[in-house]
Structure formats: structure tokens, C-alpha cells
Design a protein around this ligand. Structure first.
Ligand SMILES: [Zn+2]
Length: 161
């Protein structure tokens, strides 16, 4: 439901917050080929949700953001950027199903735990989060509607509370 309504509104909300969906390159653990993972959302301006936890305008791909990211990465964008399908996948690490990245070649799960390690390493290697984000791949830029921002705020707020 959420995904469908985002798709309908995504292109006409001129009040929305400019947002970049960032991707990060990874070598698939299974087939050893390069693939790109959806890494997170970066907001052009500081918004409430990212100020609260000092996340530098960036929300990582996780249970709070994955359905929104999946809904804006259509097949054309994924193909252009070499991003695998985001869908419900079983993670042995988490012993649970969740919306996860997959390899563009072999469709193996690229889980959220190794993704977070990859991003932490990028932050460390580049010396700052801002530099690390500039080194990532821009998958798509769009205006996220206000109601999606409010939904994100509610989720992130709940997670912290
Ligand atoms: Zn693979």
C-alpha cells in the first residue's frame, strides 16, 4: 500500500524534500562479481529525523527505509546502476526474513549487517561521512513527499524511543 502510493505521488510533490538514494559497490559473497547495493537516503537539507541522531543527513538502508527505497528504485534505474532486486529475503545472520538487497547477477541476499559494515568502513576510509557519501553512487534523486518524511520520522522516533 505504502509503496503504491509513493509511486503515484513521487513525481508531483513539489513541496517534497530533495533526497538522493545512494548506492555502494560490493563484491557478491556468493558469485564474487561486482554488484551495487542500495545503501540509504541522503537529504539535501537537514531535517528533524537526521538531526536527532547526528546522522549527517543520511539514513541507512534498513527496516525503517527499505520499503521506501524499494518503491523508488524501478527496474530501469536498477538496470542502469547495476542494482539487484530488493525483496523479502531470508537472512541466516538475522534468522529472519526482511526486505534486503540482492546480487544483480545471482540474486543472493546482500544483507543489512554486511551493508552497515561496508558503509562504516567507507566513512572511516574517507575521513568523514560527507566525503564517503560523495564517493557513493547516486541511484536516483527525487523529492520525497512530506507525508513520507513524517512516516520516516515516526519510524526512526519509535526506534529510538
Ligand atoms: Zn552474486
Amino acid at each position: 500500500m505504502l509503496q503504491q502510493s509513493i509511486k503515484q505521488e513521487i513525481h508531483d510533490d513539489i513541496q517534497g524534500i530533495w533526497t538522493t538514494v545512494l548506492g555502494i559497490k560490493e563484491t557478491c559473497w556468493k558469485c564474487k562479481k561486482p554488484t551495487t547495493l542500495a545503501a540509504g537516503l541522503r537529504f539535501d537539507c537537514h531535517v528533524g529525523i537526521t538531526q536527532a541522531d547526528d546522522s549527517n543527513g543520511f539514513l541507512i538502508f534498513d527496516d525503517d527505509t527499505s520499503d521506501i527505497i524499494a518503491s523508488v528504485l524501478n527496474p530501469v534505474v536498477r538496470q542502469q546502476c547495476g542494482v539487484g532486486v530488493i525483496r523479502m529475503r531470508y537472512s541466516r545472520t538475522a534468522d529472519a526474513n526482511y526486505l534486503a538487497n540482492g546480487c544483480v547477477h545471482c540474486d543472493a541476499i546482500q544483507g543489512n549487517f554486511p551493508l552497515r559494515e561496508l558503509i562504516d568502513a567507507a566513512h572511516a576510509n574517507h575521513g568523514s561521512e560527507a566525503k564517503a557519501h560523495r564517493a557513493m553512487t547516486t541511484l536516483v534523486r527525487l523529492r520525497l513527499p512530506q507525508w513520507v518524511m513524517h512516516e520516516l520520522e515516526r519510524r526512526v522516533g519509535d526506534a529510538h524511543g
